[in-house]
Design a protein around this ligand. Structure first.
Ligand SMILES: Cc1cc2nc3c(=O)[nH]c(=O)nc-3n(C[C@H](O)[C@H](O)[C@H](O)COP(=O)(O)OP(=O)(O)OC[C@H]3O[C@@H](n4cnc5c(N)ncnc54)[C@H](O)[C@@H]3O)c2cc1C
Length: 378
């Protein structure tokens, strides 16, 4: 078995690993990524055409500084891309003003000076919302073309000299002196630093570190049908709707698949082994979304045109884990992106590169470090 030497090895070249690979390669270090499938594959958490991006962050206002940097990096990444990566179509957030989501959104606008427009139900007539509901229109929102973003990060990383091994699995890693030895299905890698960006496959490692994370199966659905043109790109933005405690989100209709939408927190179908994920559409998969469409999109007669099954890696507080491994300072961990991480991919890549090369980062990530779980347990 061949032995190779690197400054940094990145395990996993999905959403976050591809970004880390690029940020490491552009700093001139000798770096490789090992990816069990291909680039922009459909077995992990970074597929299904689109991901919402937004700056006003109801989940936690501390994400906003990271988003400022992520937006700048997406713009850079897109600059010489052949096709659109970031569709700036705006985002509507709507719901009962007393709901947690709407209160979180309002709190974020209070904490940060971000452009927005407040809307009442009359202004949202196309959606048939309850009269007491309100909306925020976020002109900075939109969507990212998820697979193209992954491909772009990898292509630019390779341009900067990164090596890529696909169809190859990281089997184990262990500390060796100041560095790490990584065994894959094809080779032995001696490296000064290892970045673990293995998505749903990183959840057992989080468990070993005392973080009770879990993987859940999530379904993305696309609909065509009579009335879909009312919700087409140009006429309609991305949307996030809080129906009480049930959150739904979606994307304006585009050809050939139409309107894409999904529920965010209704189903919690656990996945014991990501390799055994049920990728077929099951009987109940459409039920919450069809009910949602019937209530709020009455002009649409939905006909399913496509679906994709994906995984969320949920931490107990639904915030990410970005940190140096507490048992091995040569290992850096980017995991637990809890169903809302993709929009951060370039800044996460930059942070993982900082942590790997400097052991620290200027980015404000204290609220994402592992120590927050230890504090809660004590
Ligand atoms: C249905 C759905 C909708 C979402 N919507 C949004 C949204 O609108 N906006 C948003 O910002 N975020 C969203 N997210 C979240 C976002 O997509 C994820 O947080 C992000 O893609 C996670 O990236 P990752 O790199 O951690 O995982 P992945 O992209 O899955 O990458 C992990 C990679 O590691 C590889 N790997 C694993 N183990 C090994 C090993 N041992 N050896 C080699 N390779 C290995 C895997 O093959 C995989 O390619 C959504 C997620 C889902 C599932």
């Amino acid at each position: 078995m061949a032995t190779e030497q690197y400054d940094v090895v990145v395990a996993g070249a999905g959403g976050m690993g591809s970004a880390a690979l690029y940020h490491l390669a552009r700093r001139g270090v000798r770096v490789c990524a090992v990816e069990r499938f291909g680039i922009a594959h459909d077995r992990g958490s970074s597929h299904g055409d689109t991901r919402i991006i937004r700056k006003a962050y109801m989940e936690h206002p501390d994400y906003v500084p990271l988003l400022h940097r992520a937006y700048a990096l997406w713009e850079e990444l897109e600059a010489e891309a052949a096709a659109e990566l970031f569709a700036r179509v705006g985002l509507l957030v709507a719901g009962d003003p007393d709901s947690e989501a709407m209160r979180g959104q309002a709190a974020c606008y209070q904490a940060h000076d971000l452009p927005h427009e407040q809307l009442d139900a009359a202004a949202l007539a196309v959606l048939s919302l309850p009269a007491a509901w309100r909306g925020f229109y976020d002109p900075l929102g939109g969507f990212l073309r998820v697979e193209d973003c992954v491909r772009r990060h990898v292509a630019l990383a390779q341009k900067h000299g990164a090596k890529l091994y696909t169809g190859e699995v990281v089997l184990s890693w262990q500390r060796e002196g100041e560095g790490v030895v990584v065994e894959t299905t094809r080779r032995r890698l001696l490296t000064a630093r290892l970045v673990l960006a293995t998505g749903a496959w990183a959840v057992p490692e989080l468990g070993r570190l005392g973080v009770a994370a879990c993987v859940v199966r999530k379904v993305q659905l696309w609909y065509q049908g009579r009335g879909v043109e009312q919700y087409a790109r140009g006429a309609f933005p991305c949307f996030f709707i809080a129906d009480g405690e049930r959150y739904f989100y979606g994307f304006p209709a585009e050809e050939p698949w139409g309107l894409k939408l999904a529920e965010h927190n209704v189903s919690h179908d656990p996945v014991a082994d990501p390799l055994q994920l049920n990728r077929a559409l099951t009987d109940g998969d459409q039920t919450p979304v069809r009910d949602f469409l019937a209530r709020f999109f009455p002009a649409l007669q939905p006909a399913l045109s496509k679906y994709a099954v994906c995984m969320y890696s949920l931490t107990p507080d639904k915030h990410f884990v970005l940190d140096v491994h507490p048992e091995c300072p040569a290992v850096v961990l980017g995991a637990g992106f809890s169903g809302h991480g993709f929009k951060f991919a370039p800044v996460v890549g930059e942070i993982l590169a900082d942590l790997a090369l400097e052991g620290a980062t200027q980015h404000p990530i204290e609220f994402l470090r592992l120590s927050r779980f230890a504090q809660r347990r004590s």
